[in-house]
Design a protein around this ligand. Structure first.
Ligand code: OOG
Ligand code: MG
Length: 263
């Protein structure tokens, strides 16, 4: 840890302030080049504490940069972890207001809901499979608070991994009915298929993203509680959207998730 508590709190207020004001900022490592991993996650935890103290419940966890397509798109090689709060949820088939966002992109995500707690170290795909209650599809709308979506890993962690909106849809299925590795996903924008992949794009198996998350949280003295909704990360690269666009993601065996972007 290189930053004192006062600086952690000031940076959390700065980054969350950009989200609330819908204004971009330069990445925080420009000013704090020595900021380390613990500092970055401490800033994110402080943003979560700020939201919860305003009455906004945390309703899920997310892994990001878990597919090769995403890592390549953003020029990074390590997954990151964040959270989603209740104000970020939008209904399936609903509208997403562009005026509340800076430069949103959509991602297709396979999500896992747990029925037992997961605690690292030592958590692996098998432990995660044993703890799955059901699988459900979602679209995440990410919106980096950093100018032109340009950041390094520590800056994006401090920005709660660009979390902005998410839409859960389709139908929930039991894990015994699915092969998460071969589960196909097609992302359509305005009726055209613009990106596609299978579940194995996420670290070989989406459950591996959850195992990695449990091990990451374990190192910070935290766990994934039973009943947690977890987004395992975009299976393809993220797709930029504009007002007037409609997006529909078709998940094999899990149904569709769709939304429209309006002014
Ligand atoms: C970071 C968040 C990535 C995902 O699913 O890969 C993410 C970013 O690319 O802005 O949520
Ligand atoms: Mg995502």
């Amino acid at each position: 840890m290189t930053l004192n508590r006062e600086t952690i709190e000031a940076l959390a207020a700065h980054v969350e302030g950009a989200q609330l004001a819908v204004r971009d900022i330069t990445k925080i490592t420009d000013e704090y080049p020595d900021l380390d991993w613990a500092d970055a996650y401490d800033i994110q935890d402080e943003i979560r504490r700020r939201k919860e103290s305003r009455g906004l419940r945390t309703v899920g966890l997310k892994a990001g940069l878990t597919s090769f397509a995403k890592m390549k798109q953003m020029g990074v090689e390590t997954p990151v972890f964040g959270f989603v709060s209740e104000d970020m949820a939008r209904p399936d088939g609903g509208e997403i207001r562009m005026s509340e966002l800076i430069h949103p992109k959509v991602e297709a995500e396979i999500c896992i809901v747990t029925k037992a707690p997961l605690r690292g170290p030592g958590c692996h795909v098998g432990s995660v499979l044993a703890a799955i209650d059901f699988i459900v599809p979602a679209v995440e709308i990410i919106d980096s608070r950093y100018r032109d979506f340009k950041f390094d890993l520590k800056s994006v962690i401090a920005d709660n991994t660009s979390a902005a909106r998410f839409v859960v849809g389709g139908r929930a299925r039991s894990p015994e009915d699915l092969d998460l590795r071969t589960l196909g996903v097609v992302l359509e924008k305005n009726g055209r298929a613009v990106a596609m992949a299978a579940g194995a794009a996420v670290l070989g198996h989406p459950a591996a993203a959850v195992a990695m998350m449990a091990n990451h949280l374990g190192a910070r003295g935290q766990e994934i509680p039973a009943g947690t909704f977890i987004m395992t990360g975009g299976v393809t690269e993220a797709i930029a959207v504009a007002a007037g666009d409609s997006v529909c993601v078709r998940f094999q065996d899990l149904g569709n998730v769709s939304m429209r972007f309006v002014e």
